[in-house]
Design a protein around this ligand. Sequence first.
Ligand SMILES: Cc1cc2nc3c(=O)[nH]c(=O)nc-3n(C[C@H](O)[C@H](O)[C@H](O)COP(=O)(O)OP(=O)(O)OC[C@H]3O[C@@H](n4cnc5c(N)ncnc54)[C@H](O)[C@@H]3O)c2cc1C
Length: 376
Amino acid sequence: MAGRPVNVTVLGAGVIGLTTAMLLSRDKRFNITIIAKHMPGDYDIEYASPWAGANYLPVGQHGTLLAKLERESWPELSRLAREVPEAAIHFQDTVVYRREKDSQQTGPVSTWMKSLVENDPWYAGVVPDFRLLKSHELPPGHESGMAFTSVCINTALYLPWLMGQCLKHGATVKRGIVKHVSDAAHLHASGSKADVVINCTGLSSKTLGGVKDMELYPGRGQIILVRNESNLMVTTSGTDDGDDEATYIMQRAAGGGTILGGCLQANNSDSNPDPNLATRILKRSLAVCPALIADSAPGAGVEAISIVRHGVGLRPMRKSGPRVDKERIGKTWVVHSYGHGGYGYQSSYGSAYMVAGLVDEILEGRAGVGVERARL
Ligand SMILES: Cc1cc2nc3c(=O)[nH]c(=O)nc-3n(C[C@H](O)[C@H](O)[C@H](O)COP(=O)(O)OP(=O)(O)OC[C@H]3O[C@@H](n4cnc5c(N)ncnc54)[C@H](O)[C@@H]3O)c2cc1C
């Protein structure tokens, strides 16, 4: 491959594909083509990224690949919040409220929150201003909690920003649907076969030819985007409304409104918002964050919340966590990066760095043969 650029096709234009494509397109060795069925601006149940909040709340258990990817993503996300206003990421005071009874539970939400609510989590040394909350700072029904500074991403602006960065650095972007992952190699804009395909197809890797990963399953999330401002990011360890229901609130940067969530419903792909769940989300949000309406209508109820829209997205959950590894499929080298569940933004840069390392290994001929699993 010496003497010519390395042709890389990135399959997928969600946060994982675009972050990877941006990183690689900044490297003059690569000629990048992005192929995707859905692009920033689209809202579709098969496209997870626009539905996310999105914030940085690490949930990877200490020592896992996910925790490593989350740890490595913080420096760039916080740099963007500090230095790049057009990326639409801002810092926000963050609190996590905990109920003791949730630590005994093993349902989807308790498992999801497990490492988030530890007293001495690994990320205490990553995010700034980490401290345990005092009892007078807790809402009724919660026994403990923690506070730190984190970031919230306005996904409606951030995804187009990522795409713009890819274009600025010379990437070509094309709509396309492939049936087999190897087919993406033949869609490179150069007209030549791509040297490497990066598979960032999220949940679709469950059905994509050449991959068909049966570890993947949808984790349905329902959200409400509202105009009210929380000025605070709030998450609780559980609710009394079922072990797959959650309460989280985050105010997006740059006038993006506030996201109220939510739920984590395994193997449910219903794209229609459930009105009863929406009512429960509004009530729970107001109970833990009265500031949502305090200024505009003190003493009022959920009717004082001004709704922009209801939404449903499917998190690309994977039983053993995200897959970031390389594999030779027929005559095509493929680097996979999918299965980022409810943590694709907060692990996006760590994942992209890892993909870049795997591409280097392929180019240096260090790849060996067959599948190499790059998990910790
Ligand atoms: C309600 C909700 C809240 C969330 N909140 C957060 C949060 O606060 N923080 C956080 O970090 N994460 C959050 N997430 C998770 C995050 O949204 C996902 O992890 C992330 O969006 C996954 O990105 P992806 O690029 O892997 O997949 P996707 O965004 O689904 O993108 C997949 C891409 O692949 C393309 N594609 C698929 N198959 C094909 C094919 N055959 N041919 C061509 N193109 C194809 C699609 O068109 C699309 O462009 C949340 C998710 C939901 C649903």
